[in-house]
Ligand binder design. Structure first.
Ligand SMILES: [Zn+2]
Length: 450
């Protein structure tokens, strides 16, 4: 029997000490937290700096980063390395602001048979896959993405995991689920029998709404569960069953309810829109950006200019569905649409760009493989943009569309130290943007895994 004396167990000892210490503390004692170490300083030598402000590229520059922000920028000779600052030597390299993709789907990967995913996969599958795609995207030089459509809020979980430092990925500005009318582009169950829905999910919860009241409720639901902005489907789409590219979706009343409610809650609204009527209706109802914008007439272009509406062209998606339609990689209901959209999309982009419509860079990645986002630069330039215009579309202008231009989009003192670094000069050849040699996010160099 354990009746004899034995040493005091550790928890009991700790308790005894705590009680003793507490008893001796004066009542007025304040606990002070020791100051942490000073913020980390990073001194970057940049061979060529393209700062995203539309100014001429500058040679032999120095960037001093303190913590996660840029503190000073100057000529290499005028801004020497402070004692103790870590050196990142990018002499001979070209430094740009971290790139921004305004139309991405980090939790989606469209491949053959993808149309059955609503009944085969859950948002947990999507979120886990998203952790891999997010890392690929960051390593491709994209330090911020606007995520325009997920399932079940998977992108909100992804954003949280990145912000919490659990995984590496870009900064995410997410719309959560795309809102759609019944049978519209974002109704995931168009191709299925009428009684198939996500188990347990009601109509509003699955992103489908009809009538102004339902549309307001759907916006509130997305915002409640983490949406930074709202995405709506204002026309049919290529990859959705049973709808037409040219046909508009949502009534004027529904569009006003969706956009009005989102704006009242401080959220911008992006519209998936291919057809002319849906584009015009969305612009007149106050939409912030038209995604794809595939069939623009002169009046649509004029309205977008008048209202200051951004176009996010997503040429990569147009090219991809065209190629896959030809090689039998699309479901039957998408083939004709995939063949038709690509020539129209290029023509409309040229028209909008020549007229001076505001353009922000977006790829619709998820339709194409993650990490290949920079191919969009090549398509923008092939369709009439100057390389510097394409770079500004993916930096300063993208940050303005996201409403984050105080923090990101340019390399300037006070901004977050998000940088993408390349060999060669992208103002001569944008294809160099496809392979960064270094990426910095929030003042921390990213492991490129090579
Ligand atoms: Zn999309």
């Amino acid at each position: 029997m354990a009746t004899g004396r034995r040493p005091m167990a550790a928890p009991a000892l700790w308790l005894a000490l705590t009680v003793a210490l507490t008893a001796t503390l004066p009542a007025t004692q304040t606990v002070t937290v020791a100051a942490g170490p000073p913020p980390h300083e990073l001194y970057i030598k940049a061979g060529l700096l393209i700062d995203g402000t539309s100014g001429a590229p500058r040679r032999d520059m120095a960037i001093l980063v303190r913590g996660d922000r840029i503190e000073k920028i100057g000529a290499l000779k005028a801004l020497p390395r402070p004692d103790g600052a870590e050196l990142l030597d990018l002499s001979g390299k070209t430094v740009l602001p971290g790139l921004i993709d305004c139309h991405d789907h980090l939790t989606i990967n469209v491949k053959k048979g993808w149309e059955y995913e609503p009944v085969l996969r859950t948002e947990v599958d999507a979120g886990i896959a998203g952790t891999v795609y997010a890392l690929r995207t960051l390593r491709a030089g994209f330090t911020t993405v606007r995520n325009l459509g997920d399932s079940g809020g998977a992108s909100v979980s992804l954003r949280r995991a990145i912000e919490d430092g659990l995984i590496e990925g870009p900064r995410i500005v997410t719309a959560r689920e795309m809102l759609s009318m019944t049978g519209g582009h974002g109704d995931d169950f168009n191709a299925f029998r009428p009684d198939l829905r996500v188990a347990g999910a009601g109509k509003i919860e699955s992103g489908v709404c009809d009538s102004a009241d339902e549309c307001r409720a759907a916006v509130r639901y997305q915002v409640k569960y983490g949406a930074d902005l709202i995405k709506i489907a204002a026309t049919g789409g290529v990859l959705s069953a049973g709808d037409e590219l040219g046909a508009r979706q949502f009534s004027d009343e529904e569009l006003r309810a969706l956009i009005g409610e989102a704006h009242a809650l401080g959220r911008k609204v992006a519209a998936h829109a291919h057809g002319t009527a849906g584009i015009k209706a969305a612009v007149l109802a106050g939409i912030d950006s038209i995604e794809h914008g595939s069939i623009l007439d002169d009046e649509a272009v004029r309205l977008m200019k008048e209202h200051g509406t951004f176009l996010v062209p997503t040429l990569m998606a147009g090219e991809a569905v065209f190629t896959r339609a030809k090689s039998g990689q699309l479901p039957d209901y998408s083939i004709a649409k995939g063949l038709a959209v690509w020539p129209m999309m290029q023509q409309s982009f040229r028209k909008a760009h020549e007229a001076g419509v505001k353009i922000a860079f977006g790829t619709d990645t998820g339709v194409t493989p993650h990490g290949e986002n920079a191919h969009e630069f090549e398509l923008l330039v092939a369709n009439g943009m100057k390389p510097m215009e394409a770079i500004l579309a993916a930096t300063r202008n993208a940050a303005v569309l996201l409403g984050r231009d105080k923090d990101i989009g340019t390399v300037e003192p006070g901004k977050l130290a998000d940088l993408a670094v390349f060999d060669g000069d992208p103002t001569g050849d944008v294809s160099v943007l496809k392979k960064p040699v270094a990426v910095v996010k929030g003042g921390r160099p990213v492991d490129l895994g090579r």
